[in-house]
Structures are given as C-alpha cells and as structure tokens.
Design a protein around this ligand. Sequence first.
Ligand code: PEP
Ligand code: MN
Length: 362
Amino acid sequence: MSNIQLDHLRQEMDQMNKELLKLISKRADIAKEIGDIKEKQGVPKFDPVRENKMLEQLVSLNEGPFDDGTVRHLFKQIFKASLDLQSAEHKKHLLVSRKKKAEDTVIELQDGTIIGGSESVLIAGPCSVESYEQVREVGAALKASGVPVLRGGAFKPRTSPYDFQGLGVEGLEIMKKVGSEFGLTTISEIVDPRHIEIAADYIDIIQIGARNMHNFELLKEAGESNLPVLLKRGLSATMEEFLHAAEYIVSRGNTQVMLIERGIRTYEKWTRNTLDISAVPIIKQESHLPVLVDVTHSAGRKDILLPCAKAALAAGADGVMVEVHPDPPTALSDSQQQLDIPQFEDFFKELKASGLYKSTVN
Ligand code: PEP
Ligand code: MN
C-alpha cells in the first residue's frame, strides 16, 4: 500500500470520526431532552425494556464486520454515557449541590458560633438526658473547656423497645435549663414530625438521627422550621441518598442544614460502625453544606476517638461530635462508648494540640 493510499484512508477515517462525534453529540442532546421530560413526569431515566429493544433492533441490522456482541457493547457504552449525562444534569439541580451554589454555607448559631466557616466546632454531651444533675455536670465541663454546643438525647430511638426511650419533653426542658445556665447552644434529636414545632421552645438545633434519615415526613417538617438542622447519615445510606435527604429539608426553605457522617454499617465487628472518612471530602466537594463527623457512634469504642477525630478534621470536616457522660458505666444508653469528663478534657486538649482543630481561642 502506497503512502498516498494510506493518507487517503486516514483522511477518510478522520472525516468519519468527526461525523460520528457529531452524531453521538446530537444523540446526547436528544437524550437530555428525553431526560427533562421524564424528570417532569417523575419517571425513572433508565428504561431497561426500551434499551433492550434498541439493542435488538441494532443487532438485527448488523451486517458485520463487527459481531453482535461487539455491536451490543459499543452501543451500550453510548447509552450509558447518555444516561450519565442525564443524571449529571439532574444532580446539578439539587439545591444542596455545589453546582447550584459554589460558596460554602456558613451557619451562625444563636450564641454567635459559626459552623462551616474558618473555625472548627466541637459538639459534646451525653448520649441521653438522664437528669438535670447529669446534664449540668457535663454542661459545666463544656463551658470550662470552651466547647460551644451541648448535645443530649431526649427522644431516644433505641434498637430494643425495652431499652430506655428517653425523658421526652422533660429531657428537652433539662437541655434548655442547662443551656441557658452556661450560655451553651443546645442540640437534641427530634423523632416525631409533631415535635418539630415545639422544639424551638426548648433547643437551638434539631438533630435528625441516622434511623430517621429516610423519614421524609420528618425531613419535610424540619424544612419548615427556623432552627438549624443537623442531619445524620443513615446506617446504610449512600452519599447520594444522604444529600437527597438534606434536599428534602432545604427545598422546604430551611437552608441551615449541617451534615454529619456517623459511620455506616459494614461486616466489620471491631467497630460499631465503619467511619467512612472518604465521605467528608466527597460531600464537601459535592455540597456546600457544613460537614461534621460523629466519632462516638462511628467507632462505638473510646480508645480510637482521638485519631478518628484528627482524621475527620484532616479530611476537611467542619467539626466533630463526641459523647460525654459524668459516669459512663451507669449511663442509660451507650455506656460503652461515652467518655467521662477527664477523658473528654484530654481528648479536646489533644485534638487542639494536634493543630487540626482550627480555633482563634485556646
Ligand atoms: C445520637 O447521636 O444520639 C444517635 C442516636 O446517633 P445516630 O442517630 O447516629 O445513631
Ligand atoms: Mn449514643
């Protein structure tokens, strides 16, 4: 074959590449239009029956030289690329996504504490509110250490119905009393949509727990609240599901949402849950909302809380949550994993000493 012939064939191939590109781009535009229509109709983008029909039709027209399997493979790639394009377009529309809003959401708490800004935040307190004295002891320790946010569960979603279920509204009253006594911002989990409205009478931040991340009625109600919301990642939720849960709240008008990774369920038994540290940079990349890490419920053990907290901050987390109880062995819930007050003080001191906890005050 002469070089002239080869050049000619190559030119012809270049021309075909251009035509193919034009065609697949045109096809992608049509796929996007179809995606928009399906979006409005609320029907799934992926339609396996239709995809199969198209493949069968193409195979029936195939005259070679590619075999049927290759034709199928090539077109499947094109179909998949179009579907990915439709999903990317859809993602772009989420209010919680960076594509929608590039700058970080910064939440200012009632005491002036900023979450999602240039400083780290620590949220600490008992798993459950058990008594005024118990919460007060923790509140005093937080105040002395300069921790701004006190946590404490009043409604406890327990695995067993026979376990301590929390003090309910009485627990919220205790949170309010201790919070105002020490000037601490308070956070407590709400499990019932009917309690979202009254929450504002007692607490400063609503927590939505891992077990309720998929409770859409609760999410919608939290979206109507004026209080900031700390949304925990579900036990087996993907990051995409996590962001969609946040979207339920933000799309109802409440833009003050913080996300918290709290470990996901895996086959591993040496930790209570597996801390998915990769979720921190990925969610920060995908969303403008602040991201925190609950080291206590991830690990379920005390001995690795400090390295987990350091890892969280090094990965870009805006803050850390940790459970603290005056006398963990007697705690009515999560007694294994809560730090006592001296352990908590050491934890916070070492976290600050690591240089990873960003703070202008010591
Ligand atoms: C909690 O933080 O009190 C709690 C119950 O955690 P989770 O919802 O992550 O299990
Ligand atoms: Mn707990």
